[in-house]
Design a protein around this ligand. Sequence first.
Ligand code: NQM
Length: 313
Amino acid sequence: MSKPTSGPFEKTSGWLDWYTGPSKPRFQVPAGSVDAHCHVFGPGAEFPYAPERKYTPCDASKAQLFALRDHLGFARNVIVQATCHGADNRAMVDACKAAGGKARGVATVRRSISDAELQELHDAGVRGVRFNFVKRLVDFTPKDELLEIAGRIAKLGWHVVIYFEAVDLPELWDFFTSLPTTVVVDHMGRPDVTKPIDGPEFELFLKFMREHPNVWSKVSCPERLSTTGPQALNGEQNAYRDVVPFARRVVEEFPDRVLWGTDWPHPNLKGHMPDDGLLVDFIPHIAPTAELQKKLLVDNPMRLYWPEEAAPQ
Ligand SMILES: O=C(O)/C=C(\CC(=O)C(=O)O)C(=O)O
């Protein structure tokens, strides 16, 4: 793939650019697979980064995303608005429109958005909004504003994607469980994988899913959660071993409510930038059967993002 640029913006110091020579995965994903968590960044010269952003990335264009999709063997993308674009959804919307029906979007919106603007987002392929509670990424938005937004987007049949750290789940529980839509958790609520899988923290997350059938989870981002590695580089086929039991537990207990995504272009990674081909090779470790793989990669994302095309359950 072509090399990343950064246009008129200066990248955050220490920024790691996405990996330009991803390997061909050994694991062949099922036909019609969806990369259900990825982003586009700019390009900044065309779609400037938001003034309120907490980081400035390298560019990651729609063409580069679609090239990766094809290289990895995926059919479709779900493009999630990244915080470096704030509530300016133009780059994400432009990518969705250019994908010719092969991408859906998850937007960030403020309460000031009009019904006509929401409808425009819908027409472009947006099917959800993201509420981000990770303090290093966003400033606080009052819960009443978020609830108001959730009530409005529920009428469009959209869902809410939530991003938070495991330690914050108890405090956010009442808010999350009051949401009137399907709720999709990013990266399993970022468990601390150095803690026991049967310990209180991850148990609380499992209870959250068990007691609330509207809650789904992305079993993504082992490269963010792992502390032991090994890194998905240089052909490594057993990357991020410490994350496997956590993701596998979620896939096996909730096979109809899990999604997977590359998280390309992997904003804010500090230690290394994974080879996305090897990230795909991680999938059979967490979804060990063909049936689980098809639910994770095809049936579930199709039901949520392309219900009009999804096979009946
Ligand atoms: O890409 C992700 O899912 C995670 C992110 C970035 C992010 O959420 C954003 O910029 O919106 C992170 O942990 O830094």
